[in-house]
Structures are given as C-alpha cells and as structure tokens.
Design a protein around this ligand. Structure first.
Ligand code: HEM
Length: 481
C-alpha cells in the first residue's frame, strides 16, 4: 500500500511535495525529537522551506499532509463534516466510545455540540460557576501558605478537576470525586501509547479504568434521570410536570443532555449509554488543557516581570474597587480586564496546548492549489501559524501588548487555540473565565520566584519539572497605595 500510495499521490498534480521517509516509521523520529526540543516547530519549518507551506510527510504511523497555512487551516476547520472527518491515532480511538463527540460526525455531533456549547456560553451558567471557581481557586491558593515549594502544574490540576466534574455532573468534593480522579488519571495515561490490548499493557489498563468510570458515571446518570422524572412535591405525575422540572433546573451538562427531547422530526431523547459515554469523554479535552494554560501563564509571567507588574496593577485595581463597593465579583468583572485577557491570549498563542487538529479527507479536495487526496490524513498545524514571523512579529517573545493592536481575538485565522468552525471548543469561555479568576487571585495574593524549568511539547505540553515556585503572601495594604 505504502509504495502504491506514494506513486499514486506523486502522479497527481497539486499534491503537496514532501518526503515520506522510511517505510513504517516515516519521519516520526525526527518529529518526536523536535517535539522534545525547545523549538518543536523546527520540524515543520524545515519542510516548509523545502516544499512550501503545505507538505506531505509520514508520522506516528500515518502518511499525512501538514498545513502551516492559516487560509488552508481555516478551510479544513470550517468544513461541515462532508469532506473532512476527525482522525486520531489508534490508541485514542480505542479508548473513546463509538459515540464520543470527539469522533462522531454529522447530525449527532452537531446536536451535542450545540447543546453543550449553548449551555456553557450562557450568562446564567457563567454567573453560577463563577462562585464555584472562586471557591476552588481560593481553597487551593490558601493551602499554598503552608507549603515550602509549590509545583504549579500539580496544584492547579486540583483547582480545575473539581470544576470540570461540577460542570459536567455536579459531583462535589469527597470519595466519589477522588475515585473518579484516580481512575480518570489511569484512563488518560493510555491516550498516547502503543495500541496493543493484552493484559498488562498500558492500553489494557486504561480500558479497564474506562470500564470502571463508565459504571460510576452511568449510575449517576440513572439516578439523575429518576430524580428528573419524579413528580415535584404536591404535583401530579404527568408529562407537563416532567418537562417543567427538566427545564427549570439545568445545573450541569448532564441535565442538558437528559433534558433534550430531540428536534424537528427527530423527537428522540439521547440514550443513557450515549449520555454516559459523552460525559466521560468530555473530560478528556477539559482535564489537562486548562491547568496547562494556567501553569504556562505563570511560567511566561515569571520570565517577563513587566507583564507581571502590569497584570498585578490591573487586578489590584479591581480588588480595590470590589472591596470599596463591598460587592461580589461577577463573571464579567474578571473577563473585562483588558490586559488580563491579553495575557491569556498571548499564553494560549505560545503554549499551543492543542498544537493542531487531525482530519481525514473523505474525497479528493483542493484548497488554495493544494490537492489533498481521498483517504489521506491532514494536520492543520496551529503551532506553525502561532509561531510564524509572517503572522506575529518576534513570535518567541511573550508580549501581551501585541493584542492591543490586533484587538478582539475572535475571527482571526492566525489565532486558533480553540480550533474553529463547527468543532470550535465549547469550553472556550469557561476556560478563559477559569484562567482569569486564577490569575486574579494569584497576583493579588502572592509574590513568587520560579525555579528554572522548561516547556516540553511531546506527547502533550507540560513543564519538565512541573514548574516549582516559592511563594510569599502579598501585603495588600502596601501596594494598594
Ligand atoms: C485552554 C483550554 C482548552 C483548549 C486550548 C481547548 C482546545 C480545543 C480544541 C482545539 C478543540 C477542537 C478539536 C477539533 O477540532 O477536533 C476542542 C474541542 C472540544 N473541547 Fe476544548 N479546549 C480547552 C478546554 C476545554 C474545556 C474546559 C472543555 C469542557 C468543559 C472542553 C471541551 C471540548 C469539547 C467537548 C470539544 C469537542 C467539540 C466538538 O468536536 O464538537 N475544552 N477544544
């Protein structure tokens, strides 16, 4: 197949140039070694200078066309599932159920995406979750006072996991949450591993953890369904009552999916197994991404004292206003601090937590003169665009001020940390809110000194030493003047 495919694509006009490397391993070793270096885009940059902005290669077991062109990436993202479908390495597809939103396509994906996205974006949800995020942030930051050395990457995970499970299915801290966290950590270890399913292998252990998680979440889903169907006290057990109960109490994603009765001609509720699988799989994109963004924000700010100072001033000002007016923080208090939002955008640009998305072409398709043949995988590389001098002056400099010129960060082809099109991350606003609240309370409560550490980009973005810092509580009265 390999040789045939090589000949077939080479014969076609417009198929991107490139080198498929060695049989089976292709150019994987080079790709991985760049991923471990301080400049992971060097793999893409080298090929781009030889073959152009869109080129072909062979990595992680797949011949693939990589696009480093924002215009081509936009077309790939905007596609409505009739030309491109998601494609993930085998270990990921093994671990995700057949109905996972991450790999379903067509109407079902659209329905679930619209339901979840609509809920997470709603002002009512954001108003409610703000208090929970604040509580979780404050609880964890308070515990830092007694710690000698803090590994930021580990600590912030404690903040975000509690919020994620609250958003998805309202589990409060306690034994259930601890069990879920333990098994989930076991489960995700297998996302990037050799796809061999024999007892003792990584994938096998992760699949076992998935079974346990599924059972636990299914129990919660069933209990909730029963509670939703129970007539309200004093009410009649009729349909109207059920609908009223379901629509007035939408507290989490589980309520949203259970309450959905179908649209138009498709009046069919989602099955309990489908809902369980989706709740479980929504933990995958939500679990590591937000804490990684928080950790890298601390890292970039530690390396850029002027940005940290400006951020602190802006947040101290808000804290001062709030203490004078004696009012609680609203979600838009946090979100309306312009410099803080620019720090978050700049962090997301440089962190490249999701470095790009993988798709597979269902038919031959031509984009800006590049032909992507049917059956080929394509990687829309976000990191290449985010770190390209053509798009960002001095791209390796952490410069939150650059966003003052660019203005709003939406609708920008060159800035896609949350993807785009019909799969645009539904957790976008929630993530930004969580990071804003974390940064606010961090910079208004502590000063810190970070030890030397490096960012690693493979297989996922993280800090080599988990970012150790020492903190000193901050005397508010001094700097309020
Ligand atoms: C900084 C944090 C985050 C980043 C950088 C991020 C990034 C992304 C990206 C790039 C995609 C598009 C994937 C694709 O096109 O195939 C995506 C999808 C998704 N994200 Fe996020 N995400 C973040 C946080 C979250 C959170 C907190 C949640 C859950 C509450 C979440 C839930 C999802 C879901 C369910 C999808 C799939 C949407 C679909 O395929 O329709 N994400 N995310």
């Amino acid at each position: 197949w390999y040789r045939k495919e090589k000949n077939r694509t080479e014969e076609k006009d417009g198929v991107p140039k490139g080198n498929l490397g060695w049989p089976f391993i292709g150019e994987t070793l080079n790709f991985i070694s760049c991923g471990y270096s301080s400049k992971p885009v060097s793999f893409m940059e080298k090929r781009r200078s030889l073959y152009g902005k869109v080129f072909k290669t062979h990595i992680l077991g797949t011949p693939i066309i990589i696009s480093t062109d924002p215009g081509v990436n936009k077309v790939i993202l905007q596609n409505h599932g009739n030309t491109f479908i998601p494609a993930y390495p085998k270990s990921i597809t093994e671990l995700m159920g057949e109905f996972s939103i991450l790999q379903t396509n067509g109407n079902l994906q659209k329905r679930v995406h619209a339901l979840v996205g609509g809920f997470l974006r709603s002002p009512q949800f954001k108003a409610r979750i703000t208090k929970d995020i604040e509580d979780s942030v404050k609880l964890n930051l308070d515990s830092w006072r007694d710690m000698h050395l803090i590994h930021v990457q580990e600590e912030v995970k404690k903040i975000t996991f509690v919020i994620l499970v609250k958003v998805l299915m309202s589990i409060e801290p306690g034994d259930d949450l601890d069990y879920l966290k333990r098994e989930f950590e076991e489960f995700i270890k297998g996302l990037i591993c050799l796809p061999i399913k024999l007892p003792g292998t990584r994938l096998y252990k992760s699949l076992k953890a998935r079974d346990k998680l599924f059972k636990m979440v299914k129990k919660i889903v069933e209990e909730r369904k029963r509670a939703m169907e129970k007539p309200r006290e004093g009410g009649e057990d009729d349909d109207e009552d059920i609908i009223a109960t379901a629509t007035t109490t939408t507290n989490d994603v589980l309520d949203v999916l259970l309450g959905h009765v179908g649209d138009g001609n498709e009046k069919q509720p989602l099955s309990l197994d489908f809902i369980t699988g989706n709740i479980l799989e929504m933990m995958i994109p939500g679990e590591e991404t937000v804490p990684t963004a928080m950790t890298l924000a601390v890292k970039f700010l530690s390396d850029c004292p002027v940005a940290l100072q400006r951020l602190t001033e802006e947040n101290m000002e808000l804290k001062k206003q709030k203490s004078i007016s004696c009012t609680d923080y609203a979600w838009n208090d946090y979100m309306s601090l312009p410099f803080t939002q620019n720090v978050i955008s700049e962090t997301l640009r440089m962190a490249n937590i999701i470095n790009g998305v993988w798709r597979k072409a269902l038919k031959d398709v031509e984009i800006k003169g590049n032909v992507i043949p049917q059956g080929w995988c394509v990687l829309a590389s976000f990191i290449s665009v985010h770190m390209d001098e053509e798009n960002y002056e001095n791209p390796y400099k952490f410069d939150p001020w650059r966003w003052q010129k660019t203005g709003a960060v939406v609708n920008n082809n060159c800035f896609t940390p949350f993807g785009g099109g019909q799969r645009l991350c539904p957790g976008l606003e929630l993530s930004r809110l969580e990071i804003s609240i974390f940064l606010h309370h961090l910079v208004t409560s502590y000063r810190w000194v970070a030890e030397k550490d490096e960012v690693i980009h493979f297989p996922t973005v993280k800090m080599k030493r988990k970012l150790p810092i020492t903190v000193t509580p901050f005397n508010n009265s001094v700097s309020l003047n």
